[in-house]
Design a protein around this ligand. Sequence first.
Ligand SMILES: Cc1cc2nc3c(=O)[nH]c(=O)nc-3n(C[C@H](O)[C@H](O)[C@H](O)COP(=O)(O)OP(=O)(O)OC[C@H]3O[C@@H](n4cnc5c(N)ncnc54)[C@H](O)[C@@H]3O)c2cc1C
Length: 429
Amino acid sequence: MSTPHTPRHAHAPHAVVAGAGIAGLALAHRLAHHGWRVTVAERAPGPRPQGYMIDFFGPGYDAARIMGVLPRIRELGHDFDEAVLVDEQGRRRASLGFRRFARAMGGSLVSIMRPDLELALRESLPEGVELVYGAALTGVEEHPDGVQAHLSDGRVLDADLLAGADGIHSTVRGLVFGPQEEYLLHLGFHTGAFVFEDAELHTRLRGRFLLTDSLGAQMGFYGLAGNRVAVFAVHRTEDTTLPDDPRWALREACSGLGWLVPRALERCPEPEHVYYDNVAQSRMDTWSKGRVVLLGDACQAVSLLAGQGASMGVGGAFVLAEELARAGTVREGLERYEARWRPVVAERQRAARTGTSWFLPSSAMRLRLRRLVLGLAALPGVDRWVASAMSGKPSRVVEDLAATPLVEPVGDVGASAKEGRSGFEAPRP
Ligand SMILES: Cc1cc2nc3c(=O)[nH]c(=O)nc-3n(C[C@H](O)[C@H](O)[C@H](O)COP(=O)(O)OP(=O)(O)OC[C@H]3O[C@@H](n4cnc5c(N)ncnc54)[C@H](O)[C@@H]3O)c2cc1C
């Protein structure tokens, strides 16, 4: 599927974005806003229907509001009042108020399925964006005046910038920076997610987010429209090899959790409809080389333990586009993007690593401690401490950057390129 639009500026600088996930779509959106011509090349044959629930808050939430996408995100999103931890009989053990959690972080929060977040971003793509499905990025060639992107549909695109927004197993990173073993830090968990229909189970969720209060493995349940139930599971393992059939691995790890878990496992769909992967963070010394830059999970994955990868993907894309719009050259924009955004990522990654034992306790004592702390989290003051321990410190980077005036008026990027000014020249190797 291809969605061509007439470019706003025939001579506007051109960006190729590999990956039409959350980060890639957000970058395309914001670059087009600043007058770039953008081609988004996505490997999948169409929008990916598989998904899981995303709690969307923090810098990405701020960026979505500035980009004007937030109303649609809220429309497609779900409001859960609280997350409830239940034992193997389904009895309530502890809970965390979502609204209080959002307030304690000084921001707002919406829960949305990943495909719906992508839909909201895709629907709002401005003029100047071409979105091509079934076109994987397969090769990159840099030359003094630009970069060439080779796609699996046979096209070779000339661009001023190539952005790798192609996820934690990024092809762009592999081609330009080196094998993923050098950049992925496995956190000692596997995760799986799937969606199924079950009217009875749906009724028992009663619009809440329910999570097993368990050791070593846990499963979370969200009720969606139309009696659908979204499930995610996470379990500890030092093995980084992924199973041939994720259903087998999920049964092995989770069937002992009791309550509604065996029923959910019975309804687990065919492997192609199940998300399953290692839980990992991307760690890199640099996010760009020449005219190639990475964003989203490709360079900054915080892992689901941080519960903020999508938000960070949108926030990082926003910062990248804004810095490019404020810089005289691509190189300068890429350096400023990294200087401004890296500290935010480092803080979230640190919070996720130190929070692993909160997310999935490793001993009965820690499990009891988590219940106790969640009980205290209802108290003013303690709520802020719990929120900060779980998610890292709130950041104003996106809002502060948006308040910084542009060097050139919005949309004039193309004009500067047309007039032959030296902007958007990467240094010669
Ligand atoms: C179970 C689970 C729960 C989560 N919960 C939350 C949460 O509550 N809150 C939150 O903020 N985040 C959450 N996350 C994290 C979040 O989903 C990710 O951080 C986010 O989706 C990353 O977006 P991305 O665009 O960088 O990468 P991806 O979503 O991985 O998108 C990459 C895209 O690139 C495409 N692609 C891959 N290779 C190529 C290629 N060679 N050429 C072209 N295209 C290619 C892929 O098909 C895909 O469309 C969760 C993750 C998981 C697994």
